[in-house]
Design a binder for this molecule. Structure first.
Ligand code: XUL
Ligand code: CO
Length: 435
């Protein structure tokens, strides 16, 4: 197999047998009214791709991402690698945590100094390579000061540090013209109620989220805010459990117009939901913002962050995205890492190619499914009783329990039509594998 350095640019070549070609992703091809590039808006995740090197609970790095350098020089080399990789893969966007882009020292002041140097450098790289920041975020969970949470820490100094890090993140988002900013709870949650004032912690989280909105408006950052739901890991009970829980939190605190959601496939499955369920929940609440595109392993109970290759899932994901009118500020960020044994630079390319092609195929299939029309037609028929008569009155709000009581007395012989699940599943297979 060719070496990483020998590959200039991965291009669309459906007939090629080279591992370094796209079989389904053709950036300029129009699908459902937009180029595939604009429909999919792929982003590279800095933490997994540029930093993570294979460490797990039982062993250290299996990959070398140090570039034979130390300190800020190492992070300059990492950034050069990142933008070169995005060029090779034709990826337009990237995402990072504050700690991903620069060496971390002993103090907040030292960290921001290093990070600011790197932000200046990323600014020049973005212009030089024509890349954009989809979103950035704060790592408010790795440092031991965040062991009991950040905005939900029992220690007010930690709340202040977390706020300071998000302030830095928002200034940076504005400077790098990010399309969004993500809040993933990290350790916002708890392990036991014996040591947790859950009411106070959730109210503090709301106070934090409100201050973030105030600051955003103060500095004129116009990107979107996203909350990323996750049910567990690292804490036993994460406060942002799933999309519905997040919406409840946002509405309780009057924040529903300020935040959308960043839905992650593996987080959905950890919550016992399908990826599509979480996406639909976001859509019907007007809160579909962005997507962390990955997949879990059904036999492992944790967040494995694998590159997505399940085409049923990518199809139904893009079906939800297309039905919702496509991405605006958001996109598909590969919050995914090559497996520990896939430890070469070639594997980085191969895993992105697998993920991008799986989503490109998903987009093609979702468009086909919508144009085919059988699913829509079936559902229009299924709910047709709400278009006329008593159903229409229910929808219009022109009936009440007395009316419905009288109506039900006259309708003893009610027949509910078949749900035809197996037929609908075969339609999906027809679209995926038929001619
Ligand atoms: C953790 C996770 C994070 C967020 C950003 O499970 O998904 O990487 O996406 O902090
Ligand atoms: Co994520």
């Amino acid at each position: 197999m060719e070496k990483y350095e020998a590959i200039n640019k991965v291009v669309y070549n459906p007939k090629s047998t080279s591992p370094f070609a796209f079989r389904f992703y053709n950036p300029d091809e129009m699908i459902a009214g937009k180029s595939m590039q604009k429909q999919l808006k792929f982003a590279m995740s800095y933490w997994h791709t540029i930093d993570a090197a294979g460490t797990d609970m039982f062993g250290g790095d299996t990959m070398d991402k140090y570039f034979n350098k130390t300190g800020v020089e190492r992070y300059i080399a990492k950034a050069n690698f990142a933008f070169d990789l995005m060029d090779k893969l034709q990826i337009e966007y990237y995402c990072f945590h504050d700690v991903d882009i620069a060496p971390q020292g002993n103090t907040f002041a030292e960290n921001t100094k290093n990070q600011n140097k790197m932000v200046d450098y990323l600014f020049t790289l973005q212009a030089k390579h024509g890349k954009k920041l989809l979103w950035n975020t704060a790592n408010n969970f790795s440092d031991k000061k965040f062991m009991a949470g950040a905005a939900t820490s029992p220690n007010a100094d930690v709340f202040a540090l977390a706020a300071a890090k998000v302030k830095w993140g928002l200034d940076t988002a504005k400077r790098l013209d990010a399309s969004g900013y993500v809040f993933w709870g990290g350790r916002e949650g708890y392990d036991t109620l014996l040591n947790t004032d859950m009411g106070l912690e959730l109210d503090n989280l709301a106070r934090f989220m409100k201050m973030a909105v105030e600051y955003k408006h103060k500095i004129g950052f116009t990107g979107a805010f996203y909350i990323e739901p996750k049910p567990k890991e690292p804490t036993k009970h994460q406060y942002d459990f799933d999309a519905a829980t997040c919406m409840n939190f946002l509405r309780k605190h009057g924040l529903e117009n300020e935040y959308k959601l960043n839905i992650e496939a593996n987080h959905a499955t950890l919550a016992g939901h399908t990826f599509q369920h979480e996406l639909r929940t976001a859509v019907i609440n007007g809160a579909l913002g962005s997507i962390d595109a990955n997949q879990g392993d059904p036999f492992l109970g944790w967040d494995t962050d694998q590159f997505p290759t399940n085409v049923y899932d990518t199809t139904m994901c893009m079906y939800e995205v297309l039905k919702a009118g496509g991405f605006t500020t958001g996109g598909l960020n590969f919050d995914a890492k090559a497996r520990r044994q896939s430890n070469t630079f070639e594997d980085i390319l191969l895993s992105y190619i697998a993920g991008m092609d799986s989503f490109a195929l998903g987009l093609r299939m979702a468009d086909k499914l919508i144009r085919d029309g059988r699913i829509d037609e079936f559902n229009n028929d299924r709910y047709a009783s709400y278009n006329i008569g008593i159903g229409k009155k229910i929808i219009d709000g022109t009936t009440n329990f007395d009316d419905l009581y009288a109506y039900a007395l006259s309708r003893e012989n009610i027949q509910v039509d078949s749900g035809r699940q197996e037929y609908l599943e075969s339609v999906i297979n027809n679209i995926l594998f038929g001619n």
